[in-house]
Each structure stands twice: as C-alpha cells, then as structure tokens.
Design a protein around this ligand. Structure first.
Ligand code: IPE
Ligand code: IPE
Ligand code: MG
Length: 263
C-alpha cells in the first residue's frame, strides 16, 4: 500500500479515544450495482484494517458505531444480513483480538441482539477481558437517548432504595451509570460518507470531542484516511471553555513525531 500518508509526521497528542460513525456502506454498494449487504461486508472488512492502524499509532480506545437503535427499522433482510455479518466478523475479530491482545467491549443494549450474534460476542468479551492494551468498543443496538434512559432508570432505582444520595449526584456519579462508565470520553469522532450529523451517537460523551467529517465512504476509508484524520486532530486546539491565551501562549511547539509506518 502507499506509505505517503503513513509517513506524514503527526504532532502529538495522538487521541486516546477515537470513535467512528462508519457510514456509507449502502452508497458504496449502490455505486457498483451491488446489493447493500455487499457494502456492509466490505465495510466490516475495513473495520479490521482500521483497528490495526489504530493500535499501531497508539490509540487506546477505538469505538465503532456498528448498529444503531434506529437501524432495526431497516428492511428485515438487511437487518438479518447485518446480524449474520456481525457473527461472521466476530469470528475474524476474535483471532485478531487474541493475537494483538485487544480487549473487546460493547456499548448499547446488546441483550436485544439475536443469540447467534450475542453468544460469540459475549465469549469474545469474556476471553479478552484481561487484556490491558487497546480496547475495541463496538456500539451495537446503541443510541444515546436509549443509553441515557437506561442509566436514568438504574440511577432512579438506586435513589429510591437509598443507595444513592441525590444531592451527591454530580456528572461523574451519573456517568458511572452510562454504558461508557469505564471508557474515557472520545477525543476524536470521525464520520464518513459526507453526512454531518451525529445520529444519536455518544451525544453526551462527545461534548468536547473534535469532529472530523469526510466524504469518503466507509469501505474506502483506509489506513491513510485514518492517519489523515488523526493528523488533522493533532493540529486542533482544544480549549475546553478557556481562552487561547490561557493555554500557555508561548508554549514551544513540540517537534513532529514520526509515527510507525503502516504496512
Ligand atoms: C453504515 O452504512 C452501516 C450501518 C448503518 C449499519 P449505511 O448502510 O448507512 O450506508 P448508506 O448511508 O446507506 O450509504
Ligand atoms: C449511523 O448511520 C449508524 C451507524 C453507522 C451504525 P445511519 O446511516 O444509520 O444514520 P442516518 O440514518 O443516516 O442518520
Ligand atoms: Mg447511512
């Protein structure tokens, strides 16, 4: 593969957590007169490459939006094909997770997934739970509103049973009820395919994330595209409500860091 972008120097910081809305599989297939499911297959294949690229440059958490709460409303045969693909690719992921010591986690209401997909998913989560390197977080049957409602219900029950003092409920306490409870907020959220909306993805957790939108369709979003997104992230100034001057105006620029070549 081309190494041009892979050798582009990237200024630190590398994002700790990159979350991706993998969009455009259907259009990718449509452009080739292929069924939408072929786009999903190609997209699933691509996610394996991006997982590898993320690990190589030191991204600690990679969250992939694979199936939204709203995606159940797609035609039944497409939903069915997506669930079958999940099962197939979990098998492919499993070997990579073990080989690279990557921990698999999920966010979303995975209890609603069909057993043929849920069971290998639970096995992969169990078998990789002790890995401390990169985490792959699959967002499955995920939607921010659904996540917040589930968190609120548990939180309200804890208040009702006296386990939680509502006066002590600050953001950190509430965040511990979210699916992302032990996952840091995303630093960079990427959306492919040219759409510039959030589609119910990590709405609270991305409060201070940097967003990167690209017209590239997900199956075409290769390692070089990923590196470019990280490079753009590294040029952004995150101010978290402060002024630019407050962020040490005379700070010396760190020299660009050459990241590992992706092959
Ligand atoms: C993203 O690709 C994959 C899922 C939502 C499961 P799409 O299937 O949304 O592709 P487009 O947006 O129709 O091109
Ligand atoms: C978002 O893509 C969900 C996933 C990538 C899994 P969609 O294609 O479902 O989003 P909308 O409907 O265009 O907003
Ligand atoms: Mg879409």
């Amino acid at each position: 593969m081309s190494t041009a972008a892979a050798l582009t120097p990237i200024n630190p910081p590398i994002p700790t957590h990159v979350a991706i809305i993998m969009d455009g599989n259907g259009r990718w297939a449509g452009q080739r007169n292929l069924p939408r499911t072929e786009g999903h297959r190609k997209g699933s294949e691509n996610s394996l490459h991006i997982l590898e690229a993320a690990g190589k440059i030191g991204v600690r958490y990679l969250t992939l939006y694979a199936f939204s709460v709203e995606n159940w409303h797609r035609p039944a045969d497409e939903v069915d094909a997506l669930m079958r693909l999940l099962e197939t690719y979990l098998d492919r992921y499993y070997d990579k997770l073990v080989e690279k010591k990557i921990r698999l986690r999920t966010i979303g209401d995975t209890a609603a997934l069909p057993a043929h997909a849920r069971e290998p998913l639970e096995k992969a989560i169990r078998d990789t739970a002790h890995f401390t390197g990169t985490s792959l977080v699959l967002a499955l049957n995920y939607g921010s509103r659904n996540e917040v409602l589930r968190a609120l219900r548990t939180c309200a029950n804890d208040i009702a049973s006296g386990q939680l003092n509502p006066d002590k409920l600050d953001w950190n306490a509430f965040a511990s009820y979210l699916d992302t409870r032990d996952i840091p907020d995303p630093d960079l959220v990427i959306r492919t395919s040219g759409e510039t909306r959030m589609s119910n993805f990590l709405l609270l957790q991305s409060a201070y994330a940097e967003w990167y939108f690209t017209p590239t369709l997900w199956p075409d979003f290769d390692e070089n595209c990923f590196i470019e997104a990280v490079r753009v992230f590294s040029t952004r100034e995150r101010r978290f409500g402060r002024t630019a001057e407050q962020l040490s105006p005379n700070r010396p620029k760190k020299p660009p860091q050459k990241i590992a070549e992706i092959s």
